[in-house]
Design a protein. Structure first.
Length: 504
């Protein structure tokens, strides 16, 4: 959902669509599409949503639904902002294909639209649902990172075993006996490229010199500025061959993978590392207007940190510290993240606190479920009486007029029961979504603390924005106020840290 505020997200979920998909097998078992639609309509009414569209995929399997016209109509309405959310009875009704579910989630997130699953008690248009959705996405990225690490590790193993790492050898090198070695004709040209660039410091000037001297690329074409830049940036000539670096997408287009997935293996160098570094320093300086960058400071808490004097604190790139311009109070960004990470151990962490917080809603839900059970029993009894009347009428023991007088009240009661059951079910749906599944949230909160160091900067920022009210820095302590404390009356969590003096 990005970094928008929860209030903006909740405000955007006004116009919604209803998604109804019931397979032939489900319908044969008495699972009515109308029942799913009515349940969604009642939930929308309770939440104050306006229903703009209903998308029906009757008798359609959930194995793959992305290409159906009705699905494309729904996604078109999401992209055009005709609707801002989609209500469905459960995730399996949206799609059974895990890949498609993830694709749906990405599309909805990109368009700031809410997925509202009644069975899973998930409404990503609410403040609580947004955190839950953000957290699930972050942990999913962590899992993907684990897979990527295993893939990268397998590349390293292949390299240690002396096996080719795949792909064409870069210009200046060749594969021989399953090893990457300098190419006798190309390696001198590759070295010359760095020497010329270090001398002229202009890509076009180097390109002209190479082409005027008759040098060509491996495919026989003249050198271009783009080809030259790629060759200069490639670290292979300094003895570090980069593998698992790009991936081929649909249409044959190559995309650069996340830097954490890259794997480096040692090869024979063509140029000195100092020359490679000097050329890349010049190249990056020309592209960015800055010197060749070292590690950039990465700050998570933009807009959330303030001094006890009330002044906002901002991170300084030069010092890597959050500073108050008024008091000159400072705290290192790394220290602030460490304190924040430690506070996650207490975030929704106590079973007792959670049980106390959700006790009232649990009791109400339990009462609603008991009422639904009583209504189900009454419904069965009414249907038995109706069947018995049918049989008596069929056997000629009840005349037509008498049958109508006895049957009509039962039929009206049956319809009333169905309405009451739906009403109670909607109350249960609303209650569950309001409190979320506490066992799941508890386990995810614990996982959040454990996996925090492995999460990407972007996901950390999303989580900070989703669950943090503000961070107040004082001279001797840091007060971290999270939004999802188990007890609404409980004071904010605090992390104590000795902060630098106003002079420091």
């Amino acid at each position: 959902m990005g970094n928008r505020s929860a209030k903006n997200i909740e405000a955007s979920v006004k116009s919604v669509g209803i998604w109804v998909r019931v397979s032939t097998e489900d319908q044969a078992l008495g699972d009515s599409p109308e029942h799913h639609e009515q349940r969604a309509r009642m939930y929308a009414e309770v939440q104050g949503y306006t229903i703009r569209q209903v998308y029906r995929l009757d008798a359609v399997s959930g194995k793959s639904v992305m290409d159906y016209p009705e699905t494309q109509r729904m996604l078109g309405d999401i992209r055009s902002k005709k609707i801002h959310g989609l209500i469905f009875s459960k995730l399996a009704r949206l799609a059974r294909n895990t890949r498609e579910l993830l694709d749906f989630a990405d599309i909805f997130r990109e368009n700031d639209a809410a997925l509202i699953s009644l069975q899973e008690s998930l409404d990503t248009g609410t403040h609580a649902g947004r955190f839950f959705y953000t957290l699930i996405g972050a942990l999913a990225e962590w899992e993907r990172g684990e897979i990527a690490d295993r893939v990268a590790a397998s590349v390293v193993v292949r390299a240690k075993l002396g096996k080719p790492l795949g792909g064409k050898a870069p210009f200046g090198y060749q594969w021989k006996d399953k090893k990457l070695i300098p190419h006798p004709q190309e390696a001198p040209i590759r070295k010359l490229i760095y020497e010329l660039y270090n001398e002229h410091r202009r890509k076009k000037a180097v390109v002209q010199v190479l082409n005027d001297r008759g040098y060509r690329t491996r495919s026989g074409k003249k050198f271009s500025a783009k080809v030259l830049e790629d060759l200069i940036r490639d670290p292979t000539p300094k003895g570090q061959h980069r593998a698992n670096y790009t991936t081929r997408r649909n249409g044959g287009r190559h995309e650069i993978k996340d830097e954490a997935e890259w794997v480096y293996t040692a090869v024979e160098a063509i140029v000195e590392p100092d020359l490679w570094e000097a050329c890349n320093r010049v190249l990056m300086g020309q592209k960015t207007g800055q010197a060749f960058p070292g590690p950039r400071p990465e700050h998570l808490f933009g807009g959330k940190v303030r001094c006890t004097c009330g002044n906002k604190m901002y991170a300084r790139k030069q010092t890597g510290k959050y500073s108050c311009d008024k008091c000159n109070l400072k705290i290192p960004a790394a220290d602030l993240e460490a304190i924040y990470h430690s506070q996650l151990t207490g975030f929704l962490f106590s079973d007792a606190e959670l049980a106390a917080h959700f006790d009232d809603s649990d009791q109400k839900i339990s009462e609603f479920e008991k009422l639904i059970q009583l209504l189900s029993e009454e419904r069965s009894r009414v249907k038995r009486e109706m069947d018995h009347l049918f049989q008596l009428h069929f056997d000629g023991e009840i005349p037509k007029e008498g049958f109508g007088l006895k049957y009509q009240p039962l039929d009206e009661r049956l319809k009333q029961i169905e309405v009451e059951q739906l009403d109670l079910q909607v109350k249960i749906d609303v209650g569950k979504i309001a409190r979320i599944n506490r066992e799941h949230m508890l386990s995810e909160a614990r996982a959040l603390h454990t996996r925090w160091p492995q999460l990407s900067l972007e996901n950390k920022r999303d989580i900070v924005q989703a669950i943090t009210d503000e961070i107040i820095v004082g001279k001797e302590e840091v007060d971290i106020r999270l939004q999802y404390l188990p007890d609404p009356g409980r004071s904010a969590q605090k992390g104590t840290h000795q902060v630098g003096s106003p002079e420091g």
